[in-house]
Ligand binder design. Structure first.
Ligand SMILES: Cc1cc2nc3c(=O)[nH]c(=O)nc-3n(C[C@H](O)[C@H](O)[C@H](O)COP(=O)(O)O)c2cc1C
Length: 361
């Protein structure tokens, strides 16, 4: 379970009956935009192209509670997404043969061997479908205050897109990115990125990459230092997304290469708004929003389940073994994780906003 003013708890397994989420703390009387929710679900859903797993799931959420006559009731809102296209036989070997890079071994250790290993069980990327559902509701609530969230693929393997120009971001750009299969600022990189994924797939291998996310329209003064600072909140949620191995804010690690005079960002008045001339701190100082765009990047590792033969151990025989994974897997997770990163950004910021009041200076 995560959250203070909005709480979410995830449940389900990849090849069980369903995956789902229970959300508490949502305001009552929100008219849910079901079309928008379904569009968001489709952005993450598998089986749309040769760049993702061939598992075909509609990912239509069924709302079980907290929703009446088109509006949220304010009581816990629970939704499930049924698993339809399961090929559980493909996973028979994985009861004993641990996939390198996946959570098979750690899952066995944590749950004493009682974990559902089929399709990755509770560690499957499918658990991110309910996160996107919750994120869509939070995005809708944030949009009422003109807070918008967008993301693009910053890189796949060593193919790089441009970086967000965070002094000139607009919701129009986000709309454009939303509808692309590979959301890129520099469209000329699309062929190279697609090729990097397909080349890896052809080799029975996988690739990873970086997602860059921006949040616009947040006023200054949001965040609950120390432990629920904006960075802590977003990092906590981002690291709950399977395959995320790093996060940085603003210039992140590259900030260490600047002098303070270059990194700081001079303050100035634009009308009665206080702004900074640069935004290398990613819209956050002292764990609190500055009013500038919040910018962060997440590193997504190459998919663990690859078709190449790998070395591992056989738990029942207690000896080393080789593994050839069957199953259907994403040769690259990045493009499917992108709406999930937007979703956690929406959930995290709504939780913080509900706890803090913006100050006008
Ligand atoms: C949208 C999405 C789809 C994923 N698809 C796969 C997949 O097809 N095969 C796989 O091995 N891992 C996939 N993963 C990642 C694994 O769930 C993850 O690597 C695993 O649970 C181990 O956790 P960790 O990488 O965070 O340590 C996916 C993750 C996401 C967010």
């Amino acid at each position: 379970m995560w959250g203070k003013s909005i709480t979410i708890s995830l449940f389900g397994e990849s090849h069980g009956e369903a995956v789902g989420i229970n959300i508490t703390g949502l305001p009552s009387g929100i008219k849910l935009d079901l079309d928008f929710i379904n569009e968001e679900m489709k952005r993450r859903a598998p089986g749309k192209s040769n760049l993702s797993t061939s598992r075909k799931e509609m990912d239509t959420p069924e709302i079980l509670s907290g929703y009446f006559e088109g509006y949220t009731t304010g009581t816990p809102l629970c939704a499930i997404i049924r698993n339809r296209d399961t090929h559980s036989k493909d996973y028979d070997d994985l009861k004993n043969l641990m996939r390198p890079g996946h959570a098979d071994y750690t899952g066995v250790m944590r749950y004493n061997g009682f974990n559902d290993y089929r399709g990755g069980g509770h560690f499957s990327g499918r658990l991110t479908a309910p996160l996107v559902f919750a994120g869509a509701i939070c995005k809708q609530i944030l949009a009422e205050s003109d807070i918008v969230i967008g993301a693009h693929i910053k890189s796949i393997k060593d193919v790089e897109d441009a970086t967000f120009d965070d002094m000139n971001l607009s919701s129009d750009l986000f709309e454009n990115l939303r509808t692309s299969q590979l959301p890129l600022i520099d469209k000329s990189k699309e062929t190279l990125m697609r090729q990097a994924i397909l080349d890896a797939k052809l080799e029975g291998d996988s690739v990873g990459g970086v997602i860059e996310c921006a949040i616009l329209g947040i006023c200054a003064g949001i965040g609950e230092p120390f432990f629920d600072s904006v960075e802590s909140t977003l990092a906590h949620l981002a690291f709950s997304v399977p395959a995320v191995k790093g996060i940085e804010f603003g210039l992140g690690f590259n900030m260490t290469k600047l002098y303070g005079s270059e990194a700081n960002g001079a303050l100035y008045y634009e009308g009665d708004m206080i702004k900074t001339k640069t935004n290398y701190n990613g819209g956050i100082l002292g764990g609190i929003t500055t009013g500038m765009p919040i910018i962060f990047r997440c590193a997504i590792k190459p998919t663990a389940s690859i078709l190449k033969e790998q070395e591992t151990v056989n738990l029942s025989e207690k000896k080393e073994a080789t593994l050839r994974i069957k199953g259907r897997h994403d040769p690259c997770i990045v493009q499917r994780a992108l709406p999930v990163i937007e979703a956690i950004a929406a959930i995290g910021m709504l939780d913080l906003i509900k706890r803090t009041q913006c100050q006008s200076v």
